[in-house]
Design a protein around this ligand. Structure first.
Ligand SMILES: Cc1ncc(COP(=O)(O)O)c(C=O)c1O
Length: 387
């Protein structure tokens, strides 16, 4: 447990002992976020298969699932292996598989009770069927559908979508477990009403294609949808079987600006120390730069001057509106103060906390999270890293 200065034996008990920059997880906020989403999935009548890419820790995944299941979504094969080793038996890899990764996928299919991969291309489907045949296995497949985000997925209105689903369903070595979509374009919506409309589209597009395929005699299994903003905004999920939100465990400044949460629900923050104080320029410099916060520009479509995160008090994590995180370089964050007096109140050595624009990216900057309740450090959690 190398927490602070080398040579220090006992773990520090409060925030003031921690070196900076440090990634903090607020346990009560995290627990409340996990509980609320589990209840929401229950109310919507769907299974929660949470995405674990935001935190990449077994501890948070267990809170997400509340002991009820071991079904998760991952975005790297390293995550799939990490969670398999920790008892998560049902893993969905929700990034299109490539032929090069099929041997690793076969290994996971052997090892896990249930491993499901994702694809959206007929050549990959053919390669997956061939690899499964040579390993004498059957691979579970989700067909990714583009519901409007235009990142990955087949065009649901195209004949290729039907042909690919039929190809997978017809292969004795593949099992078409369902259709998967992710409405990433919800993040660009200018209002909650539009997020709700995108959530409706995410559901409608996928359920409609599943219905059409079933009518055509192609058994498609389940419908899997979800992002944090759409699941927070959707009013019903008729026809959907499971949802895969992930970011909600921590939320962040982006989600708060969109209205998915309040700033007081954000559970991941970066503890930082003031290294430079220049009241005459109304400027502070902190030791959290892009390598501690990432350089996500944030919800600039809602607020062009949103900055790189929300600056908060170190002790109570309440926002300090007089301070604005204006720019980041590798190891420096430049904070503009409303007045010289505000800047002068934070001399070098003063501590602040930043709610990052994008908690998934900021959390990925740290090899260990310090779990806190108020200013007490309760635990250390080590996330999966690598690919
Ligand atoms: C395929 C897929 N499903 C689910 C999610 C979770 O979405 P969010 O991060 O909005 O919770 C993501 C996030 O990128 C994703 O790529």
């Amino acid at each position: 447990m190398a927490l602070t200065d080398p040579g220090m034996a006992a773990p520090p008990l409060s925030l003031e002992h921690l070196p900076t920059p440090t990634g903090l997880v607020d346990l009560p906020r995290l627990q409340a976020n996990c509980l609320r989403m589990a209840e929401r999935a229950d109310r919507l009548g769907v299974r929660l298969r949470p995405h674990v890419k935001t935190h990449k820790t077994a501890e948070v995944a267990r809170l997400q699932l509340a002991g009820r299941a071991t079904s998760i979504t991952v975005s790297t094969l390293a995550e799939a292996r990490f969670f398999a080793e920790r008892g998560f038996a049902d893993v969905l890899y929700a990034v299109p598989i490539t032929p090069q990764r099929l041997p690793a996928a076969l290994e996971l299919a052997r090892r896990l009770e249930r491993f499901t991969l994702t694809l959206d291309h007929p050549r990959v489907a053919a390669a997956a069927a061939e690899a499964a045949a040579s390993a004498d296995l059957r691979l579970g497949v989700m067909l990714e559908v583009d519901c409007g985000a235009h990142r990955c997925g087949v065009d649901p209105a195209s004949p290729e979508a039907v042909a690919l689903a039929a190809q997978v369903a017809a292969s004795p070595r593949l099992e078409l477990r369902g259709l998967l979509t992710h409405a990433g374009h919800a993040y660009a919506c200018p209002s909650l009403a539009e997020v709700a409309a995108v959530a409706g589209q995410e559901r409608e597009v996928t359920v409609t294609l599943a219905r059409a395929l079933r009518q055509a005699g192609v058994g498609v299994g389940e419908v899997s949808v979800g992002s944090t903003p759409t699941i927070c905004a959707v009013d019903h999920l008729t026809g959907v079987d499971e949802v895969r939100p992930g970011n909600y465990v921590f939320f962040d400044a982006f989600q708060a600006a969109m209205g998915s949460c309040g700033l007081e629900e954000c559970a991941f923050t970066v503890l930082t120390t003031v290294v430079g104080c220049y009241p005459e320029r109304r400027t502070l410099v902190v030791d959290a730069g892009a390598l501690a916060l990432s350089k996500d520009a944030g919800p600039t479509h809602l607020d062009p001057h949103c900055g790189f995160g929300v600056v908060c008090g170190a002790a109570d994590c309440s926002p300090l509106p007089g301070l604005h995180l204006a720019s980041l370089t590798q190891e420096h964050g430049t904070v503009r103060a409303r007045t010289p007096q505000v800047a002068a109140a934070f001399p070098p050595g003063a501590r602040l906390r930043i709610i990052p624009n994008h908690s998934c990216l900021a959390a990925a900057c740290f090899d260990v999270y310090h779990v806190v309740d108020g200013d007490r450090v309760l635990d250390l959690w080590r996330p999966c890293r690598g690919w």
